[in-house]
Design a protein around this ligand. Structure first.
Ligand code: ATP
Length: 323
């Protein structure tokens, strides 16, 4: 009989609950015991563990957030902190850990696995900045929330001939902004991966105005050098050239809180179940993700050493389509 633990870490992402359910029930089906760790790595260090039975994960799949809670723990970044976590795992007799989270969380998982503990990661972050999974749990739902907001802003923008600067999340990664911009029909997209000249955005907006557009949308990633606030300050100085009246909307955490859509529930289910299968066959120190449509494992050492590239040719496509 084995006993495993599961935790969620970093920013919450819609679909984490479906992953917890899949991990729990797949392990229970093997006759294993499962413990949930509350508040991510902070709870792992503190030994904040709760037993998870099949009924404990009933009716959680359709809800955003995570029933286990999540946290950011600076102590876990230290070897002393991780040693405390190992001690807590040992005292509960845990012999395998599933870490559901993003880049930082999988870096923590890598360091823990380097200390000899069997860890399997599950790719989950709305930022989609994790090497080892083409798409991560939560991205699709967050993207749809951003799109719904952009669609609504377009309606009011059209009525009043306004331009909206819409800032979306994504930390240092422009994926959400790029995809929301393309799917939302934005006039311009500003992301951290490309140095944007704010005068160029002014030019795009004023051209759109002169071409008779009744509205304009600029999607900006929070991590861009010119985020919404910096761009807005620049635009105010060039209001005369732009033509449109300007408004700023920062979507912020609204993007995180949604109920997961079908895609994220299914992805979380496949990845969560596979994390347990990996532990069962003795494979650990890996991340479970989706690559080219298939569920695959990638060594955590490779995950932390690589950066997932963003297809920047899509920016050019958007320039063409925004005409
Ligand atoms: P998201 O990007 O969706 O917020 P994330 O997993 O990238 O998710 P982070 O806040 O970067 O979120 O990381 C979560 C936690 O992982 C941190 O609070 C810390 O406890 C742990 N962690 C991050 N980096 C390291 C590291 N270098 N070594 C050990 N642990 C780390």
């Amino acid at each position: 009989m084995r006993r495993i633990a599961v935790l969620t870490s970093g920013g919450d992402a819609p679909g984490m609950n479906a992953a917890i359910r899949a991990v729990t029930r797949t392990a229970l089906a093997k006759g294993w015991e499962v413990y949930g760790v509350r508040q991510g790595y902070a709870g792992l260090i503190a030994g904040n563990f709760v037993p998870l039975g099949a009924r404990d994960v009933s009716s959680i799949m359709q809800h955003g957030g995570t029933i286990l809670g999540t946290a950011r723990s600076s102590e876990f970044k230290t070897e002393a902190g991780r040693s405390k976590a190992l001690h807590a795992l040992g005292s509960f007799g845990i012999d395998g850990l599933v870490v559901i989270g993003g880049n930082g969380s999988q870096t923590g998982a890598y360091h823990l696995s380097q200390m000899g503990f069997p860890v399997v990661g599950v790719a989950s972050t709305i930022d989609n900045d994790l090497y080892g999974s083409d798409i991560t749990i939560g991205v699709d739902t967050a993207l749809n929330i951003a799109l719904e907001s952009i669609d609504r802003l377009k309606v009011t923008a059209t009525s009043l001939e306004r331009a909206f600067l819409v800032e979306v999340m994504g930390r240092d990664c422009g994926y959400l902004a790029l995809m929301a911009g393309i799917a939302g029909g934005a006039e311009a997209i500003v992301i951290p991966e490309v140095e944007t000249n704010p005068d160029e955005v002014v030019r795009l907006l004023s051209e759109a105005y002169r071409r008779g557009k009744s509205h304009a949308i600029v999607v900006v990633a929070e991590g861009a050098k010119y985020n919404a606030e910096a761009l807005a300050a620049h635009f105010r100085e060039h209001q005369g050239e732009i033509g449109f009246e300007l408004r700023v909307t920062i979507l912020g955490h609204v993007q995180r809180g949604g109920n997961p859509g079908a895609f994220d529930r299914l992805l979380a289910t496949w990845l969560g179940a596979e994390a347990v299968e990996a532990l069962a066959r003795g494979e650990h120190g890996v991340l479970v993700g989706q690559i080219k449509g298939e569920v695959r494992t990638t060594p955590l050492a490779e995950v932390v050493a690589n950066k997932k590239p963003l297809d920047l040719s899509l920016l050019k496509l958007n320039d063409v389509l925004a005409r």
